[in-house]
Design a protein around this ligand. Structure first.
Ligand SMILES: C[S@@+](CC[C@H](N)C(=O)[O-])C[C@H]1O[C@@H](n2cnc3c(N)ncnc32)[C@H](O)[C@@H]1O
Ligand SMILES: O=C(O)C(=O)C[C@]1(C(=O)O)C=C[C@@H](O)C=C1
Length: 247
């Protein structure tokens, strides 16, 4: 994976453009996400461990909003269930191109990995095949809020008995003090990872129009409304959490 450090917001920009998963972001993405999302490496690796518990023989494992395929690689490190295959989907051409290169690299280093297909496409337009694991790792927050319930409903319909959706998201909090505290602590996390005040401020204004986090309560209610029977949070670090939703 690229080791290029994220300096995208280090210089003052006359006008901060809306954040997009373009070529510039692709080049620095592994560094950006690790320094921006507390717990990201733990979430990704354990997503593989969890997936191995839910994977059903001869089924599909989806990585939706796969970016550079970090989750796909973790699924392939941990899932050994017969006949499973991974489908990774992202609508950023730049991400998909680099993701395919990284997965070819994984194929050349390890044997007997699950087969994988990387699709460049919109997850809102996807025809789901019967699936045992669906990962939405920091992707739902970039989907228009009024599309989220329908997408989760389609995922629920595709899930096989014994399977699971694993949903990781940045959270907002209804309690004003809790929201302010965890936001400040997230900024402290970014500072500790070497981001300047300018980088933090410019990234925030780039992202605020395109990423709309929900509260844990909103996630739970929406997942239940989409037909899931049980929602179990398994990880939280500051304002970032991951949930298991059972069909
Ligand atoms: C924060 S990144 C996901 C990180 C990745 N899952 C990981 O764990 O490294 C969000 C990704 O979702 C993709 N995305 C956003 N909206 C999408 C859509 N409607 N269809 C497909 N991909 C989408 C973006 O291109 C981006 O690569
Ligand atoms: O809150 C932030 O500043 C973030 O950077 C979060 C976040 C995410 O949650 O996906 C947003 C965009 C980048 O892709 C990496 C991390």
């Amino acid at each position: 994976m690229s080791k290029e450090p994220d300096r995208l917001f280090a210089q003052p920009l006359p006008q901060v453009p809306d954040f997009a998963f373009n070529e510039d972001v692709v080049r620095v993405f592994p560094d950006m996400i690790k320094r921006s999302v507390p717990g990201y490496p733990t979430i990704v690796e354990n997503l593989g461990v969890l997936a191995a518990q839910f994977a059903q023989p001869n089924s599909v494992l989806y990585d939706l909003g796969s970016s550079l395929g970090a989750v796909t690689q973790a699924l392939r490190r941990h899932v050994r269930t017969d006949g499973c295959r991974v489908i990774a989907v992202d609508n950023s051409a730049a991400m998909v191109e680099r993701c395919r290169e990284y997965l070819n690299g994984q194929d050349s280093m390890f044997q007997e990995l699950l087969p994988v297909e990387v699709i460049e496409g919109d997850i809102l337009a996807l025809q789901f095949q019967p699936a045992s694991v669906v990962a939405l790792n920091f992707t739902l927050q970039f989907i228009a809020p009024d599309e989220r319930l329908a997408l989760l409903g389609r995922i629920r319909q595709a899930l096989l008995p014994g399977g699971a959706l694993i949903l990781s998201e940045k959270l907002r909090f209804n309690d004003v003090e809790e929201h302010a505290l965890l936001t400040d602590l997230h900024i402290a996390f970014k500072r500790a990872n070497g981001y300047s005040e300018l980088e933090i401020a410019q990234k925030r204004s780039a992202i605020e129009n395109v990423m709309k986090p929900d509260s844990l309560e909103e996630h739970r209610e929406r997942l239940l409304a989409a037909g899931f029977s049980k929602v179990v949070p398994w990880f939280q670090c500051l304002n970032f959490a991951s949930l298991i939703a059972l069909p």
